[in-house]
Each structure stands twice: as C-alpha cells, then as structure tokens.
Design a protein around this ligand. Structure first.
Ligand code: G3P
Ligand code: MG
Length: 243
C-alpha cells in the first residue's frame, strides 16, 4: 500500500531525551525534527486515558502501585519527570486529550499504542478509539493505532473502524496474514531483534508495511530501510542524522 507516515518515529514521545510518555517528550521529539511520535496509553481507575507504559507507577513517577488503581485526579498529582533530571521535575502524566492537542499544535503524526492494564483490554481499546475519533480534526492524517493486545485492537476497530490500525508483535507469528486480515490492519509492527530476513521478505512481498522497534543503531537502521522497512521507532533522536 501507499504508506503516508514518516519513516522516523520517536519512541515514547522523545526517546531517551526526555521523560517517556510526557508532553515534554513530544516536544523533544518535535524539536529534534521528528515528524512522528509513538506513545503508550492506559486507563486510570476512573476510565480516563493517560500516557503510560508500565502497569505500575514506580519506574516513571513518584507514585506507587498499579496505574489502574488510581483515578485521574490522583495520577495528576504525581511527578512523571523528576526521574529524568531536575529540569523535568513537575512534569505530569498527560491525558490522551492533552497529547492529541499537542500533536496538532506541533503538526506531528502519531502512533498511539493501546496498552491496557491487565483486565482492561476492551475498555481501553474502546476508550482510546472513541477519544481519538471524537477529538481528531478531520483534515489531519489520523493517528495510527496499534496494540500487542488483540482484544483491545478489535474493540478499537469496532468503535472507530475508520481509524487505521497496526498489529503489534514481539516476534511476527506464522499466521500473521490471517491475523492482519481479521483486524483489517494496515501494518505490522515488530521487534527488529526477533525479525529474520525471510519473514521480513515475506511481509514485504505481500505488500505489508513493516515498522520496527526499537532501533537505536545506525547500521541496523540502514539495513532495515534498505530491506524495505517503512518505519523505525527509535530512542535516539540523533539517529536519523547518523543514518
Ligand atoms: O509500539 C512500539 C513499541 O513501543 C512497543 O514496545 O514496550 O516500548 O511499548 P514498548
Ligand atoms: Mg510503545
């Protein structure tokens, strides 16, 4: 298919340059020249979509316990930036709505990874898709939704069928074609370390856009692009220049 999205995608907003999944991260990605960012979205206890990778708060905030046990008001009190240095102290966990507004302001494309907490697959898929469909301007290229969680992806498809979806794997399984068809997915996203040349060639021969995470090495990036990979998620905001 004709693939409209940029090749380079800043992983978790701004790679390792700013605290992941924050508005500062999205700004860092844009400032470095990226035209597309990826970020992860999970639900608070009261069902509000927020940017978060881990099920628990300890690694990226000063909170404790499961993200899904705290309502939005409690999550918003937390510091999600100080762990990456005092310059980011006070950075908050963003809502999906805030992130969508900033994407428009910064003129960024996005891959929104639906990252349900355990037990919240369908609700997370529905909520993310509904919010993106409600809020995203009709004249802008829509965000590409993706998930490792196929129940979440199916729920997103049922909620907002027009939003494009990528199927996200660690290792691409043998039945990738059947799964893609089932989800009416436009792309396959996978861990480049688990992608062998034969599987990549089969995907490319079938005309499937392949996006690889998380590529932080220039030689590997060149090789994947030469082989026909359409998108690279990276933690290194300097990598496009090096490739
Ligand atoms: O969506 C690509 C990549 O972000 C998947 O891995 O764990 O960084 O969300 P993870
Ligand atoms: Mg992700």
């Amino acid at each position: 298919m004709n693939w409209p999205w940029p090749v380079w995608i800043a992983h978790r907003g701004g790679g390792l340059t700013a605290p992941e999944n924050t508005l500062a991260a999205l700004r860092a990605g844009a400032r470095a020249g990226f035209r597309m960012v990826e970020f992860d979205v999970m639900l608070s206890a009261d069902g509000m979509p927020v940017l978060m990778h881990d099920d628990t708060l300890e690694r990226t905030t000063n909170g404790r316990g499961p993200v899904s046990a705290q309502d939005l008001a409690a999550l918003r009190m937390l510091d999600a930036g100080a762990w990456q240095g005092s310059a980011y102290a006070g950075e908050r966990i963003p809502t999906l709505d805030e992130a969508l507004d900033l994407l428009c302001e910064l003129d960024l494309d996005a891959n929104i990874e639906i990252k349900p907490a355990p037990g919240f697959s369908a609700l997370t898929g529905v909520t993310v898709a509904r919010e993106v469909a409600r809020r995203w301007p009709a004249d802008r290229r829509p965000p590409l939704l993706s998930s490792f969680d196929e129940d979440a992806l199916a729920a997103a498809a049922a909620t907002a069928p027009a939003l494009p979806r990528g199927l996200l794997f660690e290792q691409v399984p043998d039945d990738w074609a059947r799964r893609m068809q089932g989800h009416r997915a436009v792309s396959v996203h996978c861990d480049h370390r688990l992608l062998d040349a034969a599987r990549l060639q089969a995907l490319i021969d079938a005309g499937v856009p392949v996006l690889c995470y998380t590529v932080n090495d220039a030689t590997r990036a060149r090789g994947l692009l030469a082989a026909g990979v359409r998108g690279l998620f990276t933690d290194r905001l300097d990598l496009p220049e090096a490739v």
